[in-house]
Design a protein around this ligand. Structure first.
Ligand SMILES: [Zn+2]
Length: 337
């Protein structure tokens, strides 16, 4: 059995599929699964900007990306954009939770990979001092035109040199799974924190599924990684940081998640679940009424419909996404490898 050291925790990672279908129909990718931290990843990993160019060009049509444009429009018109995002999708709810008591203060926040800019804007509207950085000049120009002067085109390595120990909170939302090497990324992101600061990472959660499931997230080369919680914990430890995970139990009650039953005899199953995360009728109804609790009658009806479709309801602390909060060890994170 072919194995290589896990790039995150160094335990042996086993080649589970040498020729897995990729995001582009013509491509195949090798999928490894770590025997130690259970993170799945593809190898080799190489930057493919042309894939993103195609996704952004078609973003209003591709399932799973279309909703980002809806969120940008939502933030433009909502009175409390962060609350509106939070009611729409678990990722944003988790980010709101991760800010904890710092919500009450004017904090310095950096969003890495600000993209369309709506999350940066939503945080700024809560009174925080927020900067969004992105490597795409086009994304930064569009975000500035739409949401104001919060954005800067920057590469993280260079930005971290200029802004060491500056921020109370650094956020990277659905980003690390796209990176060739997440280790230097997390080290640099931690180096941006002031004493007492926190790094908030969201990424698809492999730990929601059992070990037989090979790859249940965007296909390579869009996502290179499908992290488990143990993988994120190993990543944090390597970067000299503690980690804790947001518990989604309260969110499950108001915004239930249903997944198709997984065939137990199909260890190489692969599909794209992002469509299942698109805002549901329940979320839309809740948003119109201004709070989550009012969606309950709709949720009861939906539960019956989903059961009839053979889907299973997810319960407990995990969703398809995780939100990890990293805090540097008492002696400080080492910004270099
Ligand atoms: Zn590992």
């Amino acid at each position: 059995m072919t194995s290589i050291p896990c790039p995150i925790c160094a335990a042996p990672a086993v080649l589970r599929d040498p020729s897995h279908p990729g995001y582009l129909e013509s491509e195949r990718h090798a999928i490894y699964s770590c025997s130690g931290c259970l993170t799945a990843f593809t190898e080799p990993r190489a930057d493919r900007p042309e894939v993103y160019d195609r996704i952004y060009a078609l973003a209003d049509e591709i399932p799973g990306y279309h909703r980002y444009h809806q969120y940008a429009r939502l933030v433009e018109r909502a009175n409390d954009p962060l609350a509106a995002l939070s009611a729409s999708e678990d990722v944003y709810w988790a980010i709101e939770q991760s800010l904890g008591d710092s919500m009450r203060d004017d904090r310095r926040i950096l969003e890495i990979g600000s993209g369309l800019g709506y999350m940066t804007c939503a945080l700024a509207r809560r009174g925080h001092s927020v900067t969004g950085i992105d490597i795409s000049a086009a994304a930064v120009a569009a975000a500035r035109a739409r949401f104001g002067d919060h954005f800067e085109r920057a590469d993280l390595a260079e930005y971290a040199e200029r802004h060491a120990a500056t921020y109370d909170v650094v956020i990277a939302c659905e980003l690390i799974e796209h990176l060739i090497d997440p280790v230097p990324f997390v080290q640099r992101a931690l180096s941006l924190l002031r004493p007492g600061g926190r790094l908030v990472l969201t990424t698809p959660n492999r730990s929601l599924y059992d070990g037989s499931v090979l790859w249940e997230t965007e296909l390579p080369p869009v996502h290179f990684w499908w992290f488990s919680e143990a993988g994120i914990a190993a990543l944090a430890a390597r970067c000299r940081a503690t980690v804790r995970f947001i518990d989604f139990t309260p969110y499950q009650r108001v915004q239930p998640l249903y997944l198709p039953p997984l065939p137990s005899d199909a260890p190489t199953r692969s599909s794209n679940l992002t469509a299942a995360l698109a805002p549901t009728e329940g979320a839309r109804a809740a948003r119109q009424r201004g709070r989550l609790g009012t969606a309950i009658p709709w949720i009861r009806t939906n539960r019956l419909v989903q059961r009839l479709r053979g889907k299973r309801r997810v319960a407990g602390p995990r969703r398809t996404v995780m939100c990890a909060i990293l805090e540097p060890f008492a002696g400080g994170a080492d910004g270099r490898r």
